[in-house]
Design a protein around this ligand. Structure first.
Ligand SMILES: O=C(O)CCC(=O)C(=O)O
Ligand SMILES: [Fe+2]
Length: 494
């Protein structure tokens, strides 16, 4: 029986390729042992022998696929009906409404005649050099551990993708989570099973493409299409000033990890001039938080990992200087802030745009270069370009921003660097941590001054484990408190 070992490597950077492309050039190199496989061999010899017998009896692994399975495409597994473990029953196909809906692949690819035998394996989040892995059957495939496709689905069978498809490893350490792979700038995919407030399919589009190179300065930023309905956006805006909201609109503060009712500072920041409110537990905010977790593919929903939604209003000239959403590693001594040490911190931000803005108000990432036509013509055309310098100068003056002020500098930086203009109902996702748990300095971002109109937005901050003051057992070891379905690494392939 063939072992599930890496049999080759592709030279050069592979992330520029469409992952669904089946064509791949294979280069034979010396075989590496796969330790997980050998562990499995020694632990479960009986099962392996039974599976191997079936495999040999059907002549080397082919013949099971073919055609789209009418009810979930399970023909690939049915050929194993005589083996001693029930492979068929191990396939998961959750029903609509459950948090795992859309979470797994269930379909045999339409032009598949045999299960695939090789794939390109990338680290969690993509980037770097892929490894070419081969497998003779489903059991061997699953021995590679939990793997995801570029739609963020856990892949259950080698009949569910074409040969040479890019697959991505799951998170490797407790307290780390799945990261969406960039694939390439402008790459847009549906997120199966996740729908926006209007019931429309949510789509995720890559805005920046990081590499694994330590000198890379690119953050990990994605555009989320169809996230909110108009009614949801309106409701956030309404509730932010409603008399019944205990945390209604007030000048924004910053720098503290404590909530207002925990003695958090109410000092205004001269570098954050907006106003904000919180929407902690309305039906609207709960719906949106749950949608965000499904989009992040973190597993389940856990209130302990989500800050209340912070609704922001920026009037003319208001802005927020470039900053990180994570708290510094030594923010306070009563919590382990470093995810590399089992701690918790802000992991990802989903920033919601509740309004359009006529000029300005973009979210900018100063460590990422401006979008160019070479990177994505379509994106440049759709997101629009900054107005010419002369117009910018006039707008800055009309907005009442002083010459030499940080707001003026930020406006110019916003047009020189990567910036996302607000579009009501859409959102962006960016990660404050790298896939290994390191706080990502490149997630630096700011809110460009509003130059015409009013900007409404909202922060949804998700932590990698229980957030400050919400750990039930040990705030110095938050990762240990994660629920099983969120606690990486995940044994086996599923
Ligand atoms: O308003 C924006 O575009 C971003 C705001 C932000 O980064 C924050 O409030 O932390
Ligand atoms: Fe921020």
């Amino acid at each position: 029986m063939t072992t599930p070992k890496p049999v080759g490597r592709r030279k050069g950077k592979g992330s520029g390729k469409d992952p669904s492309s089946p064509s791949v050039t294979v280069e034979a190199v010396p075989v590496k042992k796969n330790s997980a496989y050998f562990f499995f061999l020694s632990a479960l010899p009986g099962i392996i022998i039974a599976i191997a017998a079936t495999f040999w009896s059907r002549g080397g692994g082919g013949g099971g696929g073919g055609g789209v399975g009418g009810s979930g495409g399970r023909q690939d597994a049915s050929v194993h009906s005589s083996v001693s473990i029930d492979i068929e029953a191990s396939l998961k196909d959750p029903s609509p409404g459950s948090w795992t809906y859309g979470f797994y692949t269930t379909q045999t690819v339409s032009d598949q005649t045999k299960p695939s035998t090789h794939a390109l394996l990338y680290p969690n989040g993509g980037g770097g050099e892929p490894e070419l892995v081969s497998f003779a059957n489903r059991e061997e495939f699953l021995m590679l551990g939990r793997l995801y496709n570029d739609r963020g689905q856990i892949v259950q069978s080698p009949s569910h993708f074409l040969n040479g498809t890019a697959l991505y490893k799951g998170p490797q350490r407790p307290g780390t989570h799945f990261h969406w792979p960039a694939v390439r700038v402008g790459y847009r995919r549906p997120v199966p099973g996740v729908f926006g407030g209007d019931g429309e399919q949510i789509e995720l589009e890559t805005l920046t493409e990081p590499t694994l190179d330590a000198s890379s300065s690119d953050p990990r930023v994605f555009y989320i299409h169809n996230f909110l309905s108009s009614a949801e956006a309106d409701e956030f805006i309404r509730f932010s000033t409603a008399p019944e909201n205990p945390y209604k609109m007030a000048p924004s503060t910053g720098g503290t990890h404590k909530a207002w009712n925990q003695g958090g500072s109410d000092a205004r920041l001269s570098t954050r001039t907006s106003e904000n409110a919180f929407d902690i537990s309305t039906e609207n905010s709960n719906n949106v938080k749950q949608r965000a977790f499904r989009l992040l593919r973190m597993g389940g929903y856990d209130e302990n990992l989500a800050d209340g939604i912070q609704v922001l209003r920026y009037e003319l000239g208001q802005a927020y200087v470039a900053h990180h959403d994570y708290f510094p590693e030594f923010q306070s001594e009563d919590h382990q802030w470093n995810p590399l040490l089992g701690g918790s911190n802000r992991f990802a931000t989903i920033f919601l745009y509740l309004s359009d803005v006529e000029y300005g108000g973009e979210t900018t990432f100063p460590n990422s270069d401006r979008l160019t036509i070479e990177k994505s013509k379509e994106l440049v055309e759709r997101l629009g370009e900054a107005p010419p310098l002369e117009t910018q100068k006039e707008l800055i003056k009309a907005a009442g921003l002083a010459e030499g002020s940080w707001e003026e500098d930020l406006t110019y930086a916003c047009s020189a660097k990567f910036a996302v203009p607000p579009r009501r109902g859409d959102a962006i996702l960016f990660y404050s941590q790298r896939p290994d748990g390191r706080l990502d300095v490149n997630s630096l971002h700011g809110a460009c001054p509003v130059l015409k109109g009013t900007k409404w937005g909202a922060n949804l901050w998700v932590w990698n484990a229980c957030r400050y003051s919400q750990c039930r057992v040990d705030p110095m070891n938050p990762a240990a408190e994660l629920r099983e379905e969120m606690k990486a690494p995940f044994p086996g392939g599923l």
